[in-house]
Write a protein that binds this ligand. Structure first.
Ligand SMILES: Nc1ncnc2c1ncn2[C@@H]1O[C@H](COP(=O)(O)OP(=O)(O)O)[C@@H](O)[C@H]1O
Ligand SMILES: [Mg+2]
Length: 507
């Protein structure tokens, strides 16, 4: 008994010593074979498909090559004693192999085995492996030996599971660290309370010009002397602010608080994209400017030709078509210029805007256009004091675009309704029409530049496809939202939501 406890203690020490699986199992099998004064012992481990993933053998006498071992294993596992133990999920003793049909005698056996004891390594109903001890004499093992081998197998199974979990975690960690280290985006993780740097990938080291590894456990302020970067780490999560570095590079950071890890800042260098965007804007400005002048000249010459007189009716009609096309091109150029201006607008003048006034003005301005099309244009704005903060000209422009569209696309005798309301945080401007509606598959693209839905009957309506992009850009500059609900042949409802400065309902 004393001896058995000593062995279990020794084995437990071995199993806790290190996490190297091979060393660990080799020592366990050595100790077990010695204790049982056996001829040989082996531990085999299985993968999830019950195939042998590892085979560790200890022999007191004689030897068996790895090649021989692997050939034997397949048969033993399906037919032999090992197969029996696996199937029954418990250990057992073979007192005399020559009288027990569970023992598989394979050809050219290099040594004789006459008695065997084996026990499964199992955890939570999973068979992880098998430990087998053999002897060349019959009746070497007794039934009473089984509990000890079971205890050894139990301990080995726990250690094995721990080692497997450790390797899995280690593997995941290595994978993750390879991803973090090879990404081009700079990643910095800091402690949420003291701002000390916990992790910085090579891209971040390069960005901050910090020596490799010199950042660990130092406050971020000490590691980076760039004020702008210190601001980044202190950003509110989910804010989308761009940062300009002294060397001109532009970063788009995103900050996330990761529970139990820290504050993670991911910095994406968008300098190249910005440069491209600037080039695009400059190109549009130059190009539209150069187009505007010849168009004005064409328009002038059309008028001159009309004044010259002696034109046939057909010629007058043709000239009118040319004039309309020129007008459409001018609208397109004007819209393009406006959109580019909006996109590159740095500062805008702002003040409190009483939205009821804005909507009234828009309603009045479009009344003549509505009358020409026999469309009833009405305003519902009961709340006087709904106030948002922003640029009045731009907000008016956004509303006008929606109202203009509603009248433009609605058939004569229809209705267009402008409604002002609020939810708790936002002022809501709704423009509702009884027009042709927009097919649902086209709705996701409706705010894209140059997108025109081209619903039947609307093809003759001139436009640039830029109006709604302009509205969306204006609304987003004001931290607002825009959306549309529409049903074909019923109508469309566009809604702009803007942050409330004063809520009319509370006054
Ligand atoms: N009130 C509306 N009813 C139906 N279709 C609309 C309405 N408003 C916009 N659309 C569709 O969305 C497209 C994009 O609108 P917009 O950007 O203002 O461009 P434009 O009016 O110059 O064509 C329009 O071409 C039209 O197909
Ligand atoms: Mg439009």
């Amino acid at each position: 008994m004393q001896e058995q406890l000593l062995l279990l203690n020794q084995i437990s020490d071995e199993l806790n010593k290190d996490l190297d699986l091979d060393n660990m199992l080799q020592r366990v099998i050595d100790l077990t074979v010695t204790h049982f004064r056996a001829s040989s012992g082996s531990i085999m481990l299985f993968d999830d498909n019950r195939r042998v993933s590892k085979y560790i053998l200890q022999r007191q006498h004689g030897n068996i090559s790895d090649d021989q071992a692997s050939r034997i294993l397949g048969q033993v596992l399906s037919e032999g004693f090992a197969g029996w133990v696996l199937e029954h999920g418990r250990g057992d003793v073979i007192f005399e192999t020559q009288e027990d049909e569970r023992w598989y005698n394979y050809p050219n056996q290099p040594y004789t085995t006459r008695s065997v004891i084996a026990s499964p390594l199992s955890r939570r109903n999973r068979m992880l492996g098998l430990v087998t001890i053999t002897h060349q004499d019959p009746h070497h093992f007794r039934k009473e030996d089984l509990p000890l081998l079971n205890a050894i197998a139990g301990q080995a199974a726990i250690a094995l599971e721990n080692a497997q979990l450790f390797y899995q975690t280690e593997l995941e960690r290595t994978k993750l660290s390879a991803i973090i280290n090879s990404t081009q985006d700079a990643i910095v993780v800091t402690h949420p309370e003291n701002n000390k740097v916990l992790l910085m990938n090579p891209a971040a080291e390069k960005l901050l010009r910090v020596k490799r590894g010199s950042w660990y456990d130092r406050p971020f302020e000490e590691v980076s002397s760039l004020d702008s970067l210190i601001d980044i780490i202190n950003l509110e999560p989910e804010s989308e602010q761009e940062f300009k570095l002294p060397d001109g590079r532009i970063l788009l950071p995103s900050v996330i608080d990761v529970p139990n890890v820290g504050r993670l800042a991911l910095m994406h260098d968008i300098s190249a994209l910005k440069a491209l965007d600037k080039m695009r804007s400059e190109f549009v400005v130059a190009f539209t400017h150069d187009l505007a002048a010849p168009l004005a000249a064409i328009k002038g010459y059309i008028e001159l030709m009309k004044l010259d007189g002696s034109l046939s009716e057909q010629q007058v009609e043709d000239l009118e078509s040319i004039r309309m096309s020129v007008d459409q091109m001018r609208t397109l150029i004007k819209d393009l210029q406006e959109l580019t201006r909006l996109e590159t607008l740095k500062n805008m003048l702002t003040c409190d805007i009483k939205l009821k006034d804005t909507l009234q003005k828009s309603c009045q301005a479009f009344q003549p256009m509505a009358e020409v099309k026999r469309i009833r244009l009405s305003l519902e704005a009961d709340l006087d004091n709904i106030v948002t903060h922003g640029n009045p000209a731009l907000i008016s422009r956004a509303v006008d675009n929606l109202v203009e569209n509603a009248i433009k696309y609605t058939e004569p005798d229809g209705n267009v309704n402008i409604i002002l309301s609020t939810n708790d945080q936002e002022a809501l401007i709704t423009v509702k029409d009884t027009g042709p509606g927009i097919p649902s598959q086209k709705l996701p693209n409706i705010f894209e530049k140059f997108f025109r839905a081209h619903t039947p009957g609307e093809n003759e309506v001139p436009g640039s496809g830029l109006g709604l992009s302009i509205v969306k850009t204006i609304v987003e500059r004001h931290n607002g939202r825009i959306w549309v609900e529409s049903e074909v042949n019923v109508g469309s409802t566009f809604t702009i939501a803007l942050p409330l400065q004063i809520n009319g309902s509370s006054i």
